[in-house]
Design a binder for this molecule. Structure first.
Ligand SMILES: Cc1cc2nc3c(=O)[nH]c(=O)nc-3n(C[C@H](O)[C@H](O)[C@H](O)COP(=O)(O)OP(=O)(O)OC[C@H]3O[C@@H](n4cnc5c(N)ncnc54)[C@H](O)[C@@H]3O)c2cc1C
Ligand code: FES
Ligand code: FES
Length: 481
């Protein structure tokens, strides 16, 4: 698909349904929650293909630039259903059918996913966490996934990949893309200098990473966005540089791409990201967007702050670096000047004497925004806590460190819960939370104390047994209890 002039904020869903009249793709919520609008973007990456499930309802049509847009209409080969469609029929995976095209497309992406572990029910549940069905129940849908996915893809999309690669290569040679006029445009710069120059010229433009926030401004708040700079074509801005002691995530690194790197720092980060929205949102939502939006309830900022991350901001060709926590000034206000953009975030890996825990508290397990998100890093000197970094989301107008609790924890004995009490009490000095639809202030006050205690208890268990190895924490902790 190529960018077109006009209708610059057209969503991919509206383009498909209203322009292409491809009405198999449904609109349920128009806010990325239900998955009824799932389509697959096939992109050529590093000599292979990735099949990204995305929510067409909040994706701008321009974001499909350079990708094959595969919809439910494309799957059957004449009268022969695609294997995932056939499995849904055989497993009785559909009743009213409204959610079915979305599930089919999520399963189609799973059918093409490169997996290094066998497919089981838990993995399928994670995969379809971004799809809701109100009538069939999920068991037959999971059965259909298990019956059709997890092996080597042999459908015609797999057998015709060479042809598709040639077609995509033929349209992907352009440099910067600009559709519209100086007053109204959708632009997709292809390099960091081009982005910096364009943003300097148009400081009033809206930067778009995955549009998993910005898309809702359009579909739910009916904002008219006149100037859009989409970052998805900027070469190198999505780079993930994983070296011995730190990982640098380029601003447009997707959550999905970041997961294995974060999980290797600590399994809690992998678990956090498993519960970050659903596959469709994680496929396009970016680490930079999760920071730049300044949300007090974004999931990655508290975790990255606790780890001691540094944010790189760029304006023109000047890059400045600040501690991530200093970026968040007040509700809706970040330390970012006109034409400055988030370039990258550098995250130190844990040192030998450091332990990390993080927990997401939300009303639903899957696909839900945090009520509270807590992250904890302690530096040990034997059984003593030499230093701590504690950060919470959902407790203040910004993601925020618990400085009083951190100070009170210094010198505490991991083996003596009594010595933690001052830190637990100090959390009351650190935060004055509000009551909103996600949680009451009282609940929030209670839960942060419980999370700190949990983090210390788990750390004490792991420290005592010294057998904690990434990936088998449960075994070590069970032994400790
Ligand atoms: C259904 C659903 C579930 C979600 N679940 C979660 C969740 O579990 N946890 C969570 O934390 N969030 C969640 N979100 C919110 C959202 O997905 C994340 O905040 C995401 O990381 C935003 O990234 P993006 O690239 O899509 O941002 P965009 O929507 O593209 O942009 C967000 C903001 O950041 C600005 N921006 C983007 N990139 C840059 C940059 N490089 N420099 C400067 N400014 C920039 C944009 O101008 C905009 O103001 C959810 C959203 C939806 C719709
Ligand atoms: S219509 Fe519900 S996620 Fe798009
Ligand atoms: S079959 Fe009716 S909503 Fe899923």
């Amino acid at each position: 698909m190529r960018l077109r002039d006009g209708a610059l904020t057209l969503t991919l869903l509206d383009y498909l349904r209203l322009t292409e009249r491809a009405t198999g793709t449904k609109e349920g919520c128009a806010e990325g929650d239900c998955g009824a609008c799932t389509v697959v973007l096939r992109r050529s990456v590093g000599g292979g293909f990735v099949y990204q499930p995305v929510n067409a309802c909040i994706l701008l049509a321009g974001q499909a630039d350079g990708a094959d847009v595969i919809t439910v209409e494309d799957l059957a080969d004449g009268a022969t259903l695609h294997p995932v469609q056939q499995a849904m029929v055989e497993q009785h995976g559909s009743q009213c059918g409204f959610c079915t095209p979305g599930f089919i497309m999520a399963l189609f992406a799973l059918y093409h996913a490169q997996r290094d572990a066998p497919l089981d029910r838990a993995a399928v549940n994670d995969w379809i966490a971004g799809n809701l069905c109100r009538c069939t129940g999920y068991r037959p849908i999971v059965d259909a996934a298990l019956a059709s996915c997890g092996g080597v893809a042999t459908d015609r999309f797999a057998t015709q990949e060479a042809e598709a690669a040639r077609a995509l290569a033929a349209i992907d040679g352009e440099d910067d893309v600009f559709a519209g006029s100086d007053e109204r445009f959708f632009a997709a710069p292809a390099s960091i200098p081009a982005l910096a120059a364009l943003y300097a010229k148009h400081p009033d433009a809206v930067l778009v990473g995955g549009a998993t926030d910005v898309g809702l401004w359009i579909t739910k708040q009916f904002h008219e966005l006149a100037k859009i700079i989409w970052l998805g074509r900027v070469r190198g801005l999505d780079a993930i540089d994983d070296v011995a002691d730190a990982i640098t995530f380029g601003a447009t690194a997707s959550h999905e791409a970041a997961i294995p790197h974060l999980a290797a720092i600590d399994p809690d980060l992998g678990e956090l990201m498993r519960r970050f929205a659903g596959k469709q949102i994680r496929s396009v939502g970016t680490i930079g967007g999760n920071i730049a939006n300044g949300s007090p309830i974004g999931d990655t900022p508290p975790a990255l702050i606790a780890l001691g991350a540094t944010l790189a901001l760029q304006k023109g060709d000047v890059v400045r670096r600040i501690p991530l926590e200093d970026f968040f000034l007040a509700y809706g206000k970040q330390d970012r000047t006109a034409s400055e953009f988030v370039r990258a975030v550098q995250v130190p890996k844990l040192k030998v004497d450091e332990r990390f825990r993080c927990y997401k508290i939300s009303k639903r397990f899957d696909q839900d925004i945090s009520a509270v998100m807590g992250a904890f890093k302690v530096t040990l000197a034997g059984a003593r806590i030499a230093a701590a970094r504690i950060a919470f989301g959902g407790m203040a107008a910004t993601p925020k460190r618990a400085l009083a609790a951190e100070a009170a924890l210094a010198g505490a004995d991991l083996g003596d819960a009594g010595s933690w009490q001052a830190a637990l009490a100090a959390l009351a000095d650190d935060f004055s939370p509000i009551t909103d639809q996600r949680a009451s202030a009282d609940y929030r006050r209670d839960v942060v104390r419980a999370l700190l205690r949990k983090a210390l208890m788990e750390t004490a268990g792991a420290a005592t047994h010294r057998t904690r190895v990434v990936g088998i924490r449960e075994t070590a902790d069970a032994a400790a209890s």
